[in-house]
Design a protein around this ligand. Structure first.
Ligand SMILES: [Cu+2]
Length: 238
């Protein structure tokens, strides 16, 4: 009797473990030709910042490769209240060559965002929320201590700017779960270890998704059962 109870337990555990989490991945592409990027003339003409570049830096509003693969798209699931931000590794935003790197970044609510200054000059890190997150405004000297911020509320493309160098901007999306990714230079994204279930997957681009003062992403339904899911998105230049 005892043995058969154990067998039942083993069988039950085996059943539970069948409900695997899985990855959602895909490629983001851009249809059409985006507007040309502009040279960052004030950066190039700035004695210190200009000297940090051998090429002529430009804006990166549409980070698209020759095949039309689109980087810097934030893809996320409609999951809230599941942040693991308090325990995951910090995200890092660097100021390097008087440019924020990366220019588009995503973090979880409560996750540390470490801001570094790799430049031989002062920057002034200024975050401006439109969703009720605390704003920050901190000078950071060359070689200065890293700044560490956290954000409590979900927000699309929270703006970071440098008040010393007007061209310096970064955009930080804050997500209330671990289920998000930012597409890489080949347009690829992967959201790992998603629990089984039905979700809405949303892809937002800082320029292409901006409608008025809010962001309206491309959406599709996805269902995670026991295997990995592919979900591609195509943005269009209007
Ligand atoms: Cu600066």
């Amino acid at each position: 009797m005892k043995l058969s109870g154990l067998s039942l337990l083993v069988a039950a555990l085996a059943t539970v473990s069948l409900a695997h989490s899985a990855d959602i991945s895909g490629v983001i592409t851009l249809k059409g030709t985006p507007p040309a990027e502009a040279e960052l003339t004030p950066l190039i003409e700035d004695p210190t910042c200009g000297s940090l570049h051998t090429d002529k830096p430009t804006t990166h509003f549409y980070a698209v490769d020759a095949k039309g693969d689109l980087a810097d798209v934030v893809v996320s699931l409609n999951v809230v209240g599941k942040s693991t931000g308090a325990t995951v590794a910090p995200a890092v935003l660097d100021q390097n060559g008087c440019i924020y790197l990366p220019g588009i970044i995503a973090v979880q609510t409560g996750q540390k965002l470490v801001v570094k200054n790799s430049d031989p000059c002062i920057h002034n890190v200024h975050s401006i929320s439109t969703a009720g997150n605390t704003d920050h405004n901190d000078a950071q000297m060359q070689g200065g201590t890293d700044l560490t911020y956290t954000f409590d509320k979900p927000e699309d493309f929270l703006k970071f700017q440098c008040d010393v160098h007007g061209w310096m901007k970064a955009w930080v999306t804050v997500v209330d779960s671990p289920y998000f990714a930012v597409s890489d230079k080949n347009g690829k994204f992967i959201i790992k270890n998603v629990p089984p279930g039905k979700y809405t997957l949303t892809a937002k681009h800082r320029k292409l998704s901006l409608v008025g003062t809010t962001y309206k992403g491309l959406e599709q339904s996805v269902e995670v059962a026991d295997k990995n899911v592919t979900a591609n998105f195509t943005f269009e230049v209007k």
